[in-house]
Every structure is written in C-alpha cells, then in structure tokens.
Design a protein around this ligand. Sequence first.
Ligand code: TXE
Length: 480
Amino acid sequence: MSIQPFLIGGEWIKGNAVPIESINPATGELNGYVGSASAADVDHAVTNALQAQRQPSWCNMLPHERARLLYRVAELIIERGPQLSAQQMRENGKLLSECSFQAAAAAGAFRYFAGICETMVSEVAPSRGQYLSTVVYEPFGVVAAITPWNSPLTLEAQKVAAAVAAGNAVVLKPSEFTPTLALELGRIFIDAGFPPGILNVVTGSGPEAGLALVQHPDVRMISFTGGTATGRIIAKIAGERLVPTALELGGKSPHIVFADADLDAALDAVVMGIFSSSGQSCIAGSRLFIERSIYDEFLGRVVERTRALRVGPPDAPQSQVASLSSFIHRERVERYVASALKEGGQILVGGKRPDAPELEKGAYYEPTIIAGLPSSATVCQEEIFGPVLCVLPFDGEADLIEQANGTVYGLGCGIWTESFKKAWRVGRAIESGTVWINTYKALSVATPFGGFKDSGIGREKGFYGIRVYQEAKTIYLGLG
Ligand code: TXE
C-alpha cells in the first residue's frame, strides 16, 4: 500500500498513526492512503517549527523579503491551479468550477499578505516624557493552524499566508477528509524557497494529531476553522494554556427578503446562497425569512428554481449541485431532515438522495426546502451544513430581528430591500460578523471575517488580519 507522506522540517515522513483512507465522495472510489501523525510526530513537527522560526535567516528576514517568497507562492498556486482544483474536487466532491475559483482566491490571499508585508508600519505614540515610545509587532513563534474539509484551498491559504507574513512558523493540520491540499501547499513552500520548517504539515485525525497540536507547550497561537463543538474543546485547552485563538466556527445565517426587494435578484441570491457548495459553507444562507405579504408567491418561485437545479458529478460542466463531502456527512444531513419531519415540518422539494442511477455511488443529496416549522425547531436552530433551506415568514422588523437573532450563531446575514434606511437599521440590529445588503456571499480577503456569539472568536483577513498572528510590543527609548 503506497502512503503519501507528510512534511516536517523539509522532510517527508510516513507517520506513526494509522494511515488515512482518502475516498472520493462523488464516486465512492479510493483516492489513496495518506500518512497519519501520532502525538510524537506532532511533537517533532512543533520542535522543527520552533527551530526554523528562531533561525536568523528567518527571524531577521526583512518583511519585504518575506513578501517576495509569498508572491512566489501565489505564482506557483496559479501555475498549479488546475491540479490543485482537481485534487480538492476528488477529496470533497465540490464542483470543479468552485474549486478553480478557490485556487485563484488562495493565490490572492498570498499576494494580499505579501502586499501587507511591504506596506505595514510600526507606530510611534505621542511622547509623554523624555522618551520615544514605539510599538512594534512580533510573531508568536509557532502557530497551529487546523482546518476543515469544505474549502481547504482557501482556508489553508488565508491562515498560512497571514501567519507566515507575520513572521511565524506554522504547523498546519488539515482535515482527515481533505488531507492532501495542505501537502501540496507544503511542496509549494519548498519550491518557492522558504526555509525548511517554516511550514510543516501534519496530516492525521482530530482527536490524535489535532489535539496533540493544541496541547503542545511550544504552540503559542491557535487558528482554527471548523465546527463549534470542536472549537469549544480547543478554546478550553487554549484558555487553560493562556494561548490566544482565532476561531471561525459554524453558522445559521438568516437570508431576509422584504416585500419591496428586487425579487428577481433576491431569488438568484437565495438559491445560490444555500445550494452552492451543496450548502457546506459556514456562511450558507440556511434560514430564509420572507415578509408575510409575499411569502407564498416568493416561496413558490424559490421552490420552482430549486427543483430545476441540476445535481450531478462535480466535473460535469452542466452540474449545479455536486455531492456532499463524505458519506458520513450525508448521514448527518439525513438525520436532520428526519428530525424536521418528526417535528411537523413539510418538505417542499428534495428531502432524499437523487434517483439517477449514475449518482448512486456518490454522497449526493437533493437540494431540499423545509417549511412549516417555528424558529425554535431543531433544523432552524442547528447548523446542518448541507443543501437544506428552512423557510420562515415574518411580520415586520421587530418580529424579524427577534427570529433572525434567535440562534446561538452570528456569522452571516443577507438583506434584500430597496429601502436603504431599512437595510441599514436591520443590518445594524442583526448579530452577525458579516451583513450583505442586496448581494450575498461576496467575500474579499481585504475585509475582516469572523463571527458573533458561537460563530467564533477573532477576525481573519483584512488589513489587520496580520495582527491576529502578532503580539504588540512597546519599546521606550530614553532621551533624557
Ligand atoms: O468538523 P470538526 P467536522 C461544522 C458543520 C459540520 C460540523 C462537524 O456543521 O457538520 O462542524 O464537522 C479537527 N482537537 N463545520 O466534525 O471536527 C479535524 O481533524 C483538535 C463548520 O468535520 O470541527 C479537522 O481538521 N482538532 C465549518 C478540524 O478540526 C480537532 C467547517 C475540523 O473538524 C479535534 C467544517 C480536536 N479535539 C465543519 N477534533 C466551518 N466553520 O466552515 C477535530 N479536529
């Protein structure tokens, strides 16, 4: 059995834990085996990262020199884009077109943080005495980056680019469902000329490799994207260790349509907002709120549009919704739909696996719409992370805001109305890290991203996204 090794200190290692079996969720076929890190392997990775981070060749490297390496990584991602996109598609079943878009976004993240390296400044505070008071920003040392399976290309790039731009070394642990994109990033780092050990990749399970990483005493900062339950486990450990974290967790984003909206534009956005990536997106607009006066008419159009979506293989150009990321995840989605039925919900479309025999071997699930449940129902409260839209009517702004804010999450929110005053009022009242007005899922590396409430702690991306990976240090220079 051939096992793909992982990367520690520039060396490729098979690892001491049980190898990962990588399965293509769109076909059920085996992609191959990938090495799995034990706690001892993780210790080895962190030790290497620490040594590499302390080497003068790295810690004395000037920011504009780091920028050159980061630009080179961006170029290599673009050159290898088709291969990276196809590889992500084979591991998580995402549409090839979405994967290609994400490869370009990954390169964009490296270019953006390279640009920040070239333009960032230290600060001089107004003096209050005979001294010069300055603020400089230092790297933490070793950063642990732990990523999920839905969008490894972009999520791994945005963490690694910012952490390395800030001067850290990184130990990256990708999801066991999508282990090899991080390995390709490791290869790109070597080819771009980064010193060995600045990016280490440990593939392996969450409870073994992931846990060993967050517990390691030389890891000084943890950046995590994944489910809220895992985020909570990590936050507890980090709290005990007094290590800062950036946690990007789940969501149950409200997508709101007022009667005065441009309903054609809203319709496109509502359908794309939930069913792109088969709903496996933390910012999926999974709760649709429709103003009562247009509820029946608009819901009818959403149902009709959803029924017409073409479910198919991720590499077929005509496919609009591909498979889910794993068979185990499809079962989780099915359990949620069953719970909706049990609680009295009505399935307006979907609610089952597709009948097409050619999709039988993959983890496909039909785009599904559920109505007739109150906001308190399980499927309206918990993150399903699949192609399932829950629809609710609302009567006026107060009712809407109460319902929209009535979950533990606060990641994204979409508002459709032609009244800018109403959009502003509602947008300010919604507890959410991002609000889209008359657009949805627009994302830029140049703006901060993160969640309110159980959707996370901290913000990634944006100009200050680099500060997440740095400590402020004040230096007083006596002049008296
Ligand atoms: O994610 P996990 P899972 C949500 C979504 C999904 C649910 C569960 O609702 O249905 O989470 O998905 C690593 N210590 N999101 O179970 O477990 C794990 O190996 C350290 C939302 O797949 O959070 C992987 O690398 N690490 C989301 C990473 O955590 C641990 C994206 C994420 O896996 C660990 C994915 C531990 N104890 C799921 N346990 C988003 N915000 O976009 C696991 N891991």
